[in-house]
Design a protein around this ligand. Sequence first.
Ligand SMILES: C[S@@+](CC[C@H](N)C(=O)[O-])C[C@H]1O[C@@H](n2cnc3c(N)ncnc32)[C@H](O)[C@@H]1O
Length: 258
Amino acid sequence: MVQTRQSSASSGTQAPAQAVSTWSGQAREQAVQRMFTAIAGVYDLNNTLLSFGLHYRWKKITASFVPQVEQGTALDVGAGTADLALLVEPRMGTNGRVVASDLNHAMLAEGLKKVDVKGRTGKIACLQANAEHLGFTDSTFDAVTTGFCMRNVGNLPQAVGEIRRVMKPGGTFVCLEFSRPVFGWLRALYDWYSFKLLPWIGTKVARDTTGVYEYLPASIRTFPDQERLCQVLREAGFRQVSYKNLTGGIVAIHVAVK
Ligand SMILES: C[S@@+](CC[C@H](N)C(=O)[O-])C[C@H]1O[C@@H](n2cnc3c(N)ncnc32)[C@H](O)[C@@H]1O
């Protein structure tokens, strides 16, 4: 089910992407909503092109950190087009269930189409929800995953705390997010790609007017690196916090236990 509740997003003036990545509260939520509504239809294709096809491999590895549970329930936060939810679902056993939640209706609608095509509608429910205010009761899920969403939330500690609240004690949280490349040469190359090539592709090739190609690198820059994210997770009350770098730390998978 994709709930049709419309969020507070409204069309308004465009803000510089760098600014959006440092905003919080409703203004950020509205800007993020506008961006994802505009790109939802081409999100999967863009993802594949811009990550050179790596995103799917990253998601597969992320799902492999979710413990197998018989009759399990999992939540994928910021599920978007549902790739991660689809990869996690088989890990919840034959009678398991997954909720794919996202702030943005258009992204979730694309996700629902994919879930439908794969014949998983009975197993994966799509639900519109803000990561900062998940509408589930305490201790509901055996596992929570999130892929490339935490960078977008207005209040990261609030979202992480909310995720922990809805997890069962002993449950596992697995977070896939862009991070800080570990080698100097890779950082330099990555910065050139993100801050020069990507915005150029955005304006000259994709003729983008949403600012998403500037927002992406800016939001990565302002997101906590590997160690700082560990700290955010520990401060939220998680234990056994660890991470694994992929592709030289361009992305990292953080794993934490409630
Ligand atoms: C970059 S996409 C990632 C989608 C998908 N998880 C993937 O890995 O392909 C980020 C998603 O997070 C969602 N999002 C952003 N802020 C959110 C929030 N506060 N709560 C829930 N979802 C949010 C966006 O709508 C978008 O679908």
